[in-house]
Design a protein around this ligand. Structure first.
Ligand code: SF4
Length: 220
């Protein structure tokens, strides 16, 4: 059994635990899930050697994204940091652990969501991505989103939000609003690393996640 199939069956098993055997009656759902894992994986394989911008020459690992290929919610950060670059996965380390805790508080786990960055390779010294790098890399994010087709995008942090929305507004002005990106609802909240740096952000961040839960998770 290949890696992709294993992912699919693990996903389906989780759904079976949650929803019973009903999902197995819907053969189209099963084949669509398989197809989507395959297409996201093959897209990753087609771009993982990318050298379109300078960051491709300084990265340790290309960081595509992880999670459920059929997720309803996609979390998008700005770019890989040091640990993400070393491991090749987004949101690892302390900030990633805090994100896991916040997700658990609204009954989600990493297996339920998809998580990636606008930029797939680490900018040296964690500097902000340059506009040229964003222009070259953002089409990859758009393709990921079109394959996953989520109900909601959550931009984590000001840089991710401002990059995606082409704005210079401070983060507090972008919260509590629903934007559209590629035709998909998009909301903005704090990056978990910002919550670690400034605990005062935890209360408004929790309000954002409660809104996400109430508006996008409790409706199913
Ligand atoms: S940052 Fe994006 S565009 Fe630049 S090399 Fe990496 S994948 Fe390619």
């Amino acid at each position: 059994m290949g890696h992709n199939s294993e992912q699919v069956f693990r996903y389906l098993d989780q759904k079976r635990i949650l929803y019973g055997n009903k999902i197995f009656l819907d053969t189209q759902t099963v084949s669509e899930s398989v197809q989507n894992v395959e297409s996201l994986e093959s897209f990753k394989n087609s771009i993982c050697e990318c050298l379109k911008c300078e960051l491709g020459y300084t990265r340790t690992n290309f960081v595509f994204g992880v999670g459920n290929p059929n997720a309803d919610i996609v979390f998008v950060g700005e770019a890989p940091g040091e640990k993400e670059d070393l491991i090749g996965e987004p949101f690892v380390g302390r900030a990633g652990k805090l994100l896991d805790k916040i997700l658990a508080a609204i009954n989600l786990s990493r297996e339920d969501i998809y998580i990636c960055n606008v930029i797939k390779c680490r900018p040296p010294q964690n500097r902000d991505p340059l506009p040229k790098e964003v222009d070259l890399c953002e089409p990859y994010l758009k393709t990921q989103l079109s394959l996953i087709n989520p109900k909601l995008i959550v931009a984590l942090g000001r840089i991710a939000a401002c990059t995606i929305l082409r704005t210079k507004e401070p983060l507090k002005n972008l919260r509590n609003k629903i934007f559209k990106y590629e035709g998909i609802d998009l909301v903005v909240t704090y990056h978990p690393a910002a919550l670690l740096r400034n605990p005062n952000f935890k209360k408004p961040a929790w309000e954002d996640f409660q809104m996400i839960r109430d508006k996008y998770l409790l409706q199913d």
